[in-house]
Write a protein that binds this ligand. Structure first.
Ligand SMILES: [Mn+2]
Length: 360
């Protein structure tokens, strides 16, 4: 596995490349361009600048999270063809700079959703939290406002105020789109994108919906093993793969994460691993916890063991972390707790690897 760390760019992140390069075992950055509007082609010059900046600090840039999908593609509007052509051109441009994996999601309107971006935990740290009861009481436009207010002035990926200005129209447009239609629209997109991904040698890796169930009556399909299977079969190519996010899928306790990793990993369809833990209090009510198994509801040893069993060679990153030691940073994306996550993941991996070799 190749350890990476998500980074939001010099202007968009409190964490620096100099800090990231000093985390033990770090090989590269998970990057993106955050100033290109969704649906437009990523310009060569901007990709080049990011690549050079990252490499000048001895880090690699081989993976992008995310190239976001224009809403018209998810809705299946006639204008989607134009945006799909743009997407292909973005892949071609990225391939010129050695990008190997592109992560994306297919969530209608709202990206990841939380009811609290800084819930104070018993130890005084704070973390992202989701409580279905609270979310159900909030109107969608109010939620968008609250997310913006609590983002500490940093624009949240997937929650761009520009896009969310048109919430009412978006909700109206989605009235005719149920889960089946969303599958069809994803299929339409993949059938056109995957041949380009193949010729560019870029693996597409869809990220699960967060949380993995419908919110505000909008359809969500990247939610469980059965649907993931359906998605990888929409176009049967290794370039049509997955970002396996343990915290997202794990929010539904019926998702058996180690089993899902072994199943799709043995098919060669996991290209990017997001590893994090969550503490589930009751149904659809959870806090993001530290990575440690004993502090959350997921068993990180079993998760890393599953990756070891499939001989995982893809990219991995710690996912969200709590805010600890007084750090002020983008919600979920501080330096300290994620760096602890890296150390823990690397520790588990070394132990599993050496134990298995001893037992052979
Ligand atoms: Mn994730």
């Amino acid at each position: 596995m190749k350890m990476t760390f998500r980074w939001f760019g010099t202007d968009g992140d409190t964490v620096t490349l100099d800090q990231i390069r000093q985390i033990p075992g770090m090989s590269g950055i998970v990057g993106a361009l955050f100033d290109v509007p969704v649906g437009e082609v990523w310009p060569i010059e901007k990709i080049k600048k990011l690549k050079e900046e990252v490499e000048s600090k001895g880090l690699e840039l081989e993976i992008i999270e995310s190239v976001n999908i224009h809403e018209d593609i998810k809705l299946g509007l006639p204008s989607r063809d134009k945006y799909i052509e743009n997407y292909k051109q973005t892949l071609i441009n990225l391939s010129k700079f050695g990008i190997k994996v592109v992560c994306y999601n297919f969530m209608p309107v709202f990206d990841w959703t939380r009811s609290d971006l800084a819930k104070v935990l018993p130890d005084g740290s704070n973390a992202l939290s989701y409580n279905e009861e609270i979310v159900q009481k909030i109107k969608p436009d109010k939620l968008a406002e609250e997310m913006e207010e609590n983002s500490k002035g940093l624009s949240l990926p997937g929650w761009e105020p520009e896009r969310l200005k048109h919430l009412k129209e978006l909700f109206d447009l989605y009235k005719g789109v149920d889960e089946e239609r969303l599958f069809e629209n994803l299929g339409y997109f993949l059938e056109r994108i995957i041949p380009t991904a193949e010729s560019c040698d870029i693996k597409m890796a869809i990220h699960p919906d967060d949380p993995p169930w419908s919110i505000f009556g909008l359809p969500r399909i990247v939610t469980n093993k059965e649907n993931l299977e359906r998605i990888i079969n929409l176009v049967d190519s290794p370039y049509n793969g997955l970002t396996l996010c343990s915290g997202c899928l794990g929010a539904n306790p019926s998702n058996n994460i180690p089993e899902i990793i072994r199943y799709f990993g043995s098919k060669g369809r996991i290209h990017f691993a997001h590893v994090r833990n969550i503490k589930i209090h009751e149904v659809r009510n959870f806090d993001e916890s530290s990575h440690l198994s004993s502090e959350g509801s997921l068993d990180l040893f079993e998760i890393m063991k599953a990756y070891h069993d499939i001989d995982f060679k893809g990219y991995i990153r710690p996912d969200h972390g709590r805010m600890i030691w007084g750090e002020e940073a983008r919600p979920g994306y501080g330096l300290y707790d994620r760096a602890l996550g890296v150390a823990y993941i690397n520790g588990l991996w070394e132990a599993i690897d050496k134990m298995e070799r001893m037992c052979k």
